[in-house]
Write a protein that binds this ligand. Structure first.
Ligand code: GMT
Length: 381
């Protein structure tokens, strides 16, 4: 099948999921065309059936705001025709889904029928979706897509509730490629972070307010009062300076290592003992799943889709949003109990296998097959 993929090419979860899915589909023999404004961060080298088409917005002086959505729409039309695509799969509602619906309408006027699959990832619904400025467009795009998927049950029910959507939305969970985690930890890296063998607690995110990185610090400060430990912060974003200041004020700066944005979080995960994700909400929590896959138990908030990924008392522990006291108690419980920690690490790894790509890919392929079959059938009637 020839598939056009539209996503944010960044390190964010939706871009990562789209890129890994696209790469896996290409490996299975499908022809994949990424249509986006820069090469997806996790794309790696191009293969013979993996293509990247750049959406370039020219800087016309009349525009105070450059119309990316229109250029993207035209690019989808162009690539669909040029490469005879069978289907468009867009990740993230804004502006990808609405642009795809317009592209599909333009193509229809040219006698080309192409189905649109929209995958909702979370912030497009739970944060932006609440904005009156976006709501009508998102509702329209969801209702007009040929198939809509959401990455968790929680996101599915949020979407139905927030947008009054009546159509069906299929839950297709996020996934991991297990072979990416079949590596040894880099001992030199571990030693550089924790020279005296201290446990390493890790947090990986885009440091936006929704991640509550200040809670990560509050949890760590409580842990550090009890035992020696290091906090490894991976990523960057608006809250980074604030959390660095909190660490300074609490006198734990020497134990907090901020390494910034990196392409792939696997190396830091492999040297870590615990992952903290105290987010306000997470539609799924891909970072938590990646931690589990590296055998790292997760202490997280029990909000959004996180409980669908991390099982409380098994692969990690969950507490209400903002309950840093309870989260630090759970962390200390694991860090002070070698047996419990070993059990939790095993359960983390085992849990991640439920989300291996081999389980998820066929669900997307089934959706593609159903939609393209419908298109062929309709055109023959
Ligand atoms: O984590 C983020 O804030 C980035 C965002 C994105 O769209 O890239 O992540 C969302 O999509 C991920 C992939 O489906 C989910 O695993 C994240 O839980 C979700 N983030 C939120 O809901 C806050």
């Amino acid at each position: 099948m020839k598939i056009g993929f539209v996503c944010y090419p960044t390190f964010g979860g939706s871009g990562v999921v789209a890129t890994e899915l696209g790469k896996a589909l290409a490996e299975k023999g499908h022809e994949l065309h990424f249509i986006t404004y820069s090469a997806p961060a996790r794309m790696g080298s191009l293969k013979s059936n993996l293509f990247y088409h750049e959406v370039r917005v020219s800087d016309y002086p009349l525009f105070e705001y450059q119309p990316y959505e229109l250029v993207l729409t035209s690019k989808m039309v162009e690539i669909t025709v040029a490469h005879d695509l069978d289907l468009l799969h867009v990740h993230y509602a804004i502006p990808h889904a609405s642009a795809a619906i317009m592209a599909r309408d333009i193509l229809r006027a040219q006698g080309i029928d192409i189905p649109v699959v929209t995958t909702l990832h979370g912030t497009d619904i739970t944060l932006l979706g609440r904005e009156p400025a976006f709501e009508p467009v998102i509702s329209y795009a969801i209702n007009r897509s040929d198939a809509v998927t959401a990455v968790s049950e929680s996101l599915r029910s949020d979407t139905l509730e927030l947008f009054g959507v009546e159509r069906s939305i299929q839950v297709v969970n996020n996934f991991i490629c297990t072979r990416h985690f079949e590596k040894d930890a880099d001992e030199a890296f571990r030693k550089s972070i924790a020279p005296n063998g201290e446990p390493i607690i890790v947090h990986i995110s885009n440091f936006r307010p929704v991640k509550r990185v200040h809670d990560v610090l509050e949890i760590f400060i409580r842990i550090r009062k009890n035992i020696p430990a290091k906090l490894l912060l991976v990523g960057d974003g608006p809250e980074r300076s604030r959390v660095e200041q909190i660490a300074k004020n609490a006198g734990v700066s020497d134990d907090v290592i901020c390494i910034g944005k990196i392409k792939n979080p696997i190396e830091p995960l492999l040297i870590s003992d615990l992952f903290l994700l105290p987010s306000e909400t997470e539609s799924f929590g891909l970072a938590a799943l990646e931690a589990l896959a590296a055998g790292v138990p997760v202490i997280a908030s029990d909000s959004g889709g996180i409980p669908e990924v991390v099982e409380h008392g098994k692969s990690g522990y969950l507490a209400p949003v903002g309950d840093v006291e309870r989260m630090s108690e759970y962390a200390l419980f694991l860090l002070n109990n070698a047996e419990e920690m070993t059990r939790s690490k095993h359960m983390a790894k085992a849990r991640s296998l439920d989300f291996r790509i081999e389980n998820i890919l066929p669900l997307y392929e089934a959706i593609y097959q159903r939609l393209t079959f419908d298109v062929h059938n309709q055109s023959e009637q």
